[in-house]
Design a protein around this ligand. Structure first.
Ligand SMILES: O=C(O)CCC(=O)C(=O)O
Ligand SMILES: [Fe+2]
Length: 210
């Protein structure tokens, strides 16, 4: 059997609690309580320990575009392997197609302005980021805490705002049904106003990540 590199709406919707976000423009789903309080607390501690300033591909000259901090989670550690397997079990996508999981941390005033997770197929950095593993396909993201104020993820093309909520998973297909990249996935991690915000992000690729 060839390893799966695709998630499917039908399969995702068989999972208890999985909800489709109502929009005809993209495939997007939400699942509350995907991670337990304990899992979230442990990931937050790890992110706090190993964070570094976040970076972006296709840099656009705006130094305030992504002001958060990032943590590359150690994919060889049992706890992170377990997390990766848990995400793979619901995505239905084989682990080999996943990038290493990242954590993100936002302080008050920090944000990640409107962007897409796919790489611009005509952008200067496309070859550099995609020649081995191909384009990003699905995004799986989990909020690790309730944010005191601000910090929602705004999808402005489809006019949806997702509120951070401890343990809540949000996932979407970055492509349209014909396989082309979907600009309706544009999203903005809005400024945290009060408290801190932590998330983990898991991106899958067309081909194995090596
Ligand atoms: O933090 C968020 O709400 C979104 C993060 C995000 O879009 C990303 O890391 O690509
Ligand atoms: Fe994103």
């Amino acid at each position: 059997m060839t390893p799966a590199n695709e998630a499917s709406a039908d399969r995702l919707l068989t999972l208890p609690g999985m909800m489709r976000v109502p929009t005809p423009r993209l495939e997007m789903f939400m699942l509350r309580g995907f991670l337990s309080d304990r899992e979230c607390a442990s990931l937050i501690a790890r992110i706090d320990r190993d964070r570094r300033p976040s970076t972006i591909a296709d840099a656009n000259g705006d130094h305030y575009f992504r002001t958060s901090e990032t943590c590359d989670l150690p994919m060889q550690e049992p706890e992170i392997v377990a997390l990766d397997e848990k995400i793979s079990a619901i995505s239905g996508i084989d682990r080999q197609f996943g990038e290493p999981i990242q954590g993100q941390r936002y302080e008050p005033g920090q944000e990640f302005k409107s962007h897409t997770d796919y790489f611009d197929p005509h952008g200067a950095d496309f070859q550099r980021y995609c020649h081995v593993a191909g384009q990003r396909t699905w995004t799986f993201m989990v909020y690790l805490n309730d944010v005191e104020a601000g910090g929602a993820t705004r999808f402005k093309v489809i006019d949806k705002i997702i509120q951070p909520e401890k343990g809540k998973l949000v996932c979407w297909n970055n492509r349209r049904p014909d396989g082309s990249v979907n600009p309706a996935t544009l999203h903005h991690a809005m400024k945290v106003r009060k408290g801190l915000k932590y998330v983990i992000t898991k991106w899958y690729r067309e081909r194995p990540w090596v």
